[in-house]
Write a protein that binds this ligand. Sequence first.
Ligand code: SF4
Length: 468
Amino acid sequence: MDMIPNRFNQQAVIALEDIQLQTALDRGTGNADSRRRDTMAELDDPYALRMQGRGARLRGLADLPDLLEQAERRILASGGHVLWAADAAEANQHVLDICRRHNLKRGVKSKSMVTEEIGLLPFLKPYGIEMVETDLGEYIVQISGSHPSHIIMPVMHMTKEQVRDLFMEKLGMPYTDEASGMTAWARQTLRDEYLQADFGMSGGNFIIAETGTVVTVTNEGNGRLCTTVPPVHIAMVGIEKVIPTWEDFACLLQLLTRSATGQRLSVYVNAVNGPARGDEPDGPQTFYLILVDNGRSDIYASDYAEALACIRCGACLNVCPVYQNIGGHAYGSTYPGPIGAVITPLLKGKASARYLPFASSLCGACKEACPVEINLPDMLLHLRRDLQAEQEPLWQIAMKAYGFGMSHPLLYEIGGKFASLGTNAIAGMQGGDHINNLPSVLAGWTDTRDFPAFGGESFRDWWRKNRQ
Ligand code: SF4
């Protein structure tokens, strides 16, 4: 499956026709959102916690360069290695170099969006380096040859029945309708992978600067196995994930788990500072942290810097009426939904994801659900403005002419009269008081809705007649 954001319109139409996808989305987004609402409602003052979390993220961003250097110093002092990657190519190359240096051929990997973003697994494959996804959702995605369709629930696009059929075909699982049976089969298949792996790979939900700690928040235990069993651990994290203190983490953890999966706390919280020390029985002998920029510095320097405060909880996806109807693949990006519609054009270049900022009704549900109150609707609106300004000079001329007309009363009145005459004439030719078939570039409007003809009498005419 190709991931191409500019095919959004075609992919959305296909998604709307897919009955199984619609069933999966209906179940998945509805359940996730109601669990989030329930657990957030348990808090005495959810808004206060959200504001505290937002403050933690914004403080982290304000001091980002210093905090990253602080985290680096702490990790180096703990015996770890820190590598910086300006872009996807450099990040991939770092992993390849590490694998060559330590003769690593087979890895196990826990969930990480940034490795998906840079295309790490397909990059390593031709060099004979294989990596097995161990998060259950990511594992299903990997064996189905697909891509994750949700930030938190990678197989949001699949029904339980589709997963059963896939496991029967690819893993030789006997027939079962029980999700627990399918999970047990996958777990048994994966168990050997940890023991045979040369290296483990992880992402990181946060980096805590004061101690130089990479924290991962998981439910399946796979993250802990990936980061402790193999002799080498490589963590790859986006540079925006650094936060100042453990106190900030305590707040953000509550927001993350409640917003992502509707849990008060996830089952596992892993904290890694470096390789195992001499007296520690578990843990890798070698630890690398790769800090990935890949466009984040450009966002940091732009009007959209607040988008970097995202804690990747996925709540905005679950409440978005667009995502609820088309799922994640239609966005053609690692990051779907409202946050994806904002950061994909910023990370990949606006021209290569020009339709995504328009994939929103601007209803505001995403901002309301966001635990750190990122103003996604405003950003989407501003991106639309930027895109129009950059890409469509004709549109700009039309908008300037419209603005000129709207700010000159005589022109506005004359324009209104012509519009009334014109639209009524066309509607009359089409046999009614609505236009249902506009020509050329205007056809997009009437493809999906009517265009009512203007009223015969304008408000100004009515006012002149009746104000006495
Ligand atoms: S933008 Fe907000 S709601 Fe959406 S994933 Fe990020 S933190 Fe969660």
